[in-house]
Ligand binder design. Structure first.
Ligand code: ADP
Ligand SMILES: Cc1cn([C@H]2C[C@H](O)[C@@H](COP(=O)(O)O)O2)c(=O)[nH]c1=O
Length: 215
């Protein structure tokens, strides 16, 4: 049975790498994938991983009908044996419905990859719809870690290392951006306390928290 699978996790946990591996293994066996993406850091029409691999993809614009796009592609003699959708959190809920229709009406597997929640730990609308519609939601096995060593479950937006909670839901960016706007993955405890690696380091260095010498 074809499936809609949502591979979800924090930023930097290997989602795009897995998408590229699925694509590689299937194309190595002669299958043809339709690869969708939106706002990848590597630029328009790219699906990229931090491991350095990148492949071409169809950039999904606002309002594009993904089911219609596939029907047109197939009716013009194109091939598609499966579908990959990276950065799926940026897709509109309607586009997730269209991906579900690709599974049900065209009989293709659809593998969607994305983060579930934003920097305020609120669901992205596209991810919410994926959780609602997916046959399976898979959490990636490789854990991204919080600075404290616990499993990272949340995404923080940072400016010069400090966590911020105001701003637009969508701002394309990367982890490890110490001098600019960036992102950091944290465990829930440290996300709630707004404690990033930089603020934890600063607190540890503060004289207020140094042990008091007795005598
Ligand atoms: N230099 C490196 N050596 C080994 N693994 C790396 C290196 N850089 C990144 N990675 C791996 O790549 C993962 C990020 O992969 P990526 O597919 O870009 O993540 P995502 O799409 O989830 O944001 C990291 O969690 C880490 O496991
Ligand atoms: C938390 C959060 C993230 N984003 C952006 C930042 C990146 O461009 C992508 C996630 O990419 P990754 O391959 O999973 O690292 O999402 C955003 O726009 N808003 C947010 O709140």
């Amino acid at each position: 049975m074809p499936e809609l699978v949502f591979f979800s996790g924090t930023m930097d946990c290997g989602k795009s790498t897995l998408a590229l591996q699925i694509e590689h293994n299937r194309s190595a066996r002669g299958l043809a994938g339709m690869i969708f993406t939106r706002d990848d850091r590597a630029g328009e029409g790219k699906l990229s991983s931090r491991l350095g691999l990148v492949t071409d993809a169809v950039e999904v614009e606002d309002g594009r009908d993904l089911y219609g796009y596939l029907v047109d592609h197939l009716s013009q003699g194109g091939r598609a044996d499966y579908v990959i959708a990276d950065e799926a959190q940026f897709l509109a809920p309607d586009q997730i419905d269209q991906l579900a229709r690709v599974v049900d009406d065209l009989g293709l597997d659809v593998y969607a990859f994305g983060i579930t929640t934003d920097f305020r730990s609120k669901l992205f609308p596209g991810s919410q719809r994926l959780v609602e519609l997916a046959d399976r939601v898979e959490v990636l096995q490789v854990e991204a870690l919080c600075w404290c060593g616990a499993r990272a479950t949340h995404n923080a937006r940072t400016i010069r290392g400090e966590m911020v909670v105001e701003g637009a839901q969508v701002v394309v960016g990367d982890v490890n951006q110490a001098d600019a706007l960036g992102y950091e993955v944290l465990c829930r405890r440290h996300h709630r306390r707004r404690m990033t690696a930089a603020s934890a380091r600063a607190a540890a260095l503060s004289p207020d928290v140094l042990p008091v010498q007795q005598g």
